[in-house]
Design a protein around this ligand. Structure first.
Ligand SMILES: Nc1ncnc2c1ncn2[C@@H]1O[C@H](COP(=O)(O)OP(=O)(O)OP(=O)(O)O)[C@@H](O)[C@H]1O
Length: 228
């Protein structure tokens, strides 16, 4: 479903952010990407979103070859990927309902689909009673659940989460992880970048560790290596 073949990324200033990366992720997997600051995690996320291109190597997501994907087709690729960030990135002047609805509106979904899908994902993340609240009226955990609902409303086959619990306390972090686990059990492939050792160690999922731009370990049911 996702494959990186001999991928390297050198930024224009000469920084080698990723060096000869080979990763294969199958449909339905739950994968943690861990590594110390500067190890290349964000660069990897940017490559998967085609926000930047590799200097060498090839990246495949579903049936897209990102090396030859035209700019005009990038929105199609992004529809395959639900994305959640550490800082939630909700639209401040829109309610919970409107934030989620907006993600469907931009795909030109029908009114009927919107009326069906938005309440469904809101109740999935436990926010059915917050439809009319604005982001500033929500706790951090509720804001992240709104962001998660927005990422899932298009039913993407892949969910990419970049430090989704980075701004949350342990209780809210675990609620988000429980939701991600449920979403994964329904078939969504999940790639989660994190620094949270407790979560990585407790979840017992596949763990890919980056160090200085290289994959230094890739373990099924792994843990967080304290060296990194
Ligand atoms: N636009 C850029 N131009 C030049 N160098 C960059 C750029 N973005 C990142 N880097 C460098 O590439 C390397 C990898 O950075 P990256 O942001 O991918 O690491 P990271 O693992 O996500 O770190 P963190 O955990 O701190 O977010 C670092 O040395 C960083 O300084």
């Amino acid at each position: 479903m996702i494959q990186l073949d001999n991928v390297s990324k050198v930024y224009p200033n000469g920084t080698e952010a990723l060096k000869n990366i080979n990763i294969k992720i199958e449909k339905g997997e739950f994968v943690f990407i861990v590594g110390s600051s500067g190890s290349g995690k964000s660069t990897l996320v940017k490559l998967l979103l085609k926000e930047t291109d590799p200097t060498e190597g090839r990246i495949f997501i579903k049936n897209y070859n990102l090396s030859i994907l035209k700019r005009k087709n990038v929105p199609k690729l992004r529809r395959e990927l639900g994305i959640v960030f550490q800082d939630f990135r909700l639209l401040k002047n829109m309610t919970v309902y409107e934030n989620i609805e907006f993600a469907l509106t931009v795909t030109e979904a029908s009114r009927r689909k919107i009326r069906r899908q938005v309440p469904m994902v809101m109740s999935m993340v436990g926010l059915a009673n917050k439809a009319k609240s604005y982001p500033y009226q929500l706790s951090g955990g509720e804001q992240q659940r709104t962001a998660l609902a927005r990422a899932l409303v298009n039913n993407p086959p892949i969910l990419l989460a970049d430090e989704p619990t980075g701004n949350l306390d342990p209780k809210n972090s675990w609620e988000i992880m429980k939701l991600l686990d449920d979403i994964n059990k329904r078939g969504t492939t999940i790639i989660l970048v994190t620094h949270n050792k407790d979560i990585v160690n407790a979840m017992q999922k596949r763990v890919i560790t980056l160090n200085n731009g290289r994959v230094i370990s890739d373990i099924q049911k792994g843990g967080y290596d304290d060296e990194n």
